[in-house]
Design a protein around this ligand. Structure first.
Ligand code: PMP
Length: 282
C-alpha cells in the first residue's frame, strides 16, 4: 500500500507521524472520503471543495489547490490499483508542542492519504437497514467535516450494540442526520430532509439525491421534522459516500411503511446506479 504524506508517495514503513501532530492530540483537522468506482473517482471536485471549505472554517489554510488535491487522489488510486473502494484524505494543523492555541505560521499543515478497497454494500442496499435514535450530543458545527468524531463514534456504537446498522441523531426532538450519513423521509410523495445548516454535514451524496429527485420531479422539502414524523414516513433512507442510498426498514424496531424498501427509494437507487461508472453498477 502506498500512502501520501506532504507531497510524497510512501510505503507504510516510510510513513512517519509525530506524537505532537495536532490531529493526534486535539483532533485538530478535517478530512474527506472519496469513492472510487471501477478505478474512477466519483464526485471528486465536490469532495475537495468541501475539504477546502472545512479547512477554511477551522482557519486552516491548505497549501494545495482543488486541482492538486484531485491529482493526489488520482495518483493514490493508480499507485494502489484501486478498483472499488475509497480514498481517505486528512489534514491537520501540523506538528507543534501541545498548547491549545494555534502554532505560529512556520508550522505547516500535515496532509496524509491512503486508499481502502471495499465493495459496494449490495446486500444492505437491497434489504435495507435498521436505525436506532440517539441523543445528539455533538457540538454545534456539524457542517465541518472535523476529525473530532467522538459523538459520532459513541452514537454508532450504541446503535450497533442494539443490532442496528446506523444511529439516528435527534437534537431538541428534531431528526438531524445519521452518525455517518444524511437521512431522508418520504411522505405522500414528498421527499423530506434536514436543511443544510450547522446541525448537519451537507453530504455530497445528499446533494446527488436532491439532484436525482429533481430529475424524477419528486417534490422536496428541506425542513426540520421530528422523530414521531420520521416514524410516520412512508419510506426512509440514509445516504453517504459508502452507504450510497440505503433504505431504512425500521427505526427503534418500529417498521417504516411496510417495513421493506419503498418504491421511490428504489427509483432513486436505480437512477443513482445509472450515473456511477458503468462496470461496477452492472
Ligand atoms: N453526515 C455525517 C456526520 C457524515 O459523517 C457523513 C459521511 N461522511 C455524511 C453525513 C454523508 O456525507 P457524504 O455523502 O459526503 O459521504
Amino acid at each position: 500500500m502506498i500512502y501520501f504524506k506532504d507531497g510524497e508517495y510512501l510505503q507504510e514503513e516510510q510513513m512517519n507521524l509525530s506524537m505532537n501532530d495536532r490531529g493526534y492530540v486535539f483532533g485538530d483537522g478535517v478530512y474527506e472520503v472519496i469513492k472510487v468506482y471501477d478505478g474512477v473517482l466519483y464526485t471528486a471536485e465536490e469532495h475537495m471543495e468541501r475539504l477546502l471549505e472545512s479547512a477554511a472554517k477551522i482557519r486552516l489554510t491548505l497549501p494545495y489547490t482543488l486541482e492538486q488535491l484531485v491529482g493526489i487522489a488520482e495518483r493514490l488510486l493508480q499507485e494502489n490499483e484501486l478498483s472499488v473502494g475509497h480514498i481517505y484524505l486528512q489534514v491537520t494543523r501540523g506538528v507543534a508542542p501541545r498548547v491549545h492555541q494555534f502554532p505560529d505560521h512556520s508550522v505547516s499543515p500535515v496532509l496524509t492519504g491512503y486508499t481502502v478497497e471495499n465493495p459496494r454494500p449490495l446486500e444492505q442496499l437491497d434489504k435495507g437497514a435498521a436505525m436506532k435514535s440517539v441523543e445528539d450530543m455533538r457540538w454545534l458545527r456539524c457542517d465541518i467535516k472535523s476529525l473530532n468524531l467522538l459523538g459520532n463514534v459513541l452514537a454508532k456504537q450504541e446503535a450497533v450494540e442494539q443490532g442496528c446498522q446506523e444511529a439516528l441523531f435527534v437534537r431538541d426532538g428534531i431528526v438531524r442526520e445519521g452518525s455517518a450519513s444524511n437521512v431522508f423521509g418520504i411522505k405522500d410523495g414528498i421527499l423530506h430532509t434536514h436543511p443544510a445548516n450547522n446541525f448537519i454535514l451537507n453530504g455530497i451524496t445528499r446533494r446527488v439525491v436532491l439532484q436525482l429527485a429533481s430529475d424524477l420531479s419528486i417534490p422536496v422539502q428541506e425542513k426540520e421534522f421530528t422523530l414521531a414524523e420520521a416514524l410516520a414516513m412512508d419510506e426512509f433512507f440514509f445516504t453517504s459516500t459508502n452507504a450510497e442510498i440505503t433504505p431504512v426498514v425500521t427505526i427503534d424496531r418500529q417498521p417504516i411503511g411496510e417495513g421493506i424498501p419503498g418504491p421511490l427509494t428504489r427509483q432513486l437507487q436505480k437512477l443513482f446506479d445509472e450515473q456511477i461508472p458503468a462496470l461496477v453498477a452492472a
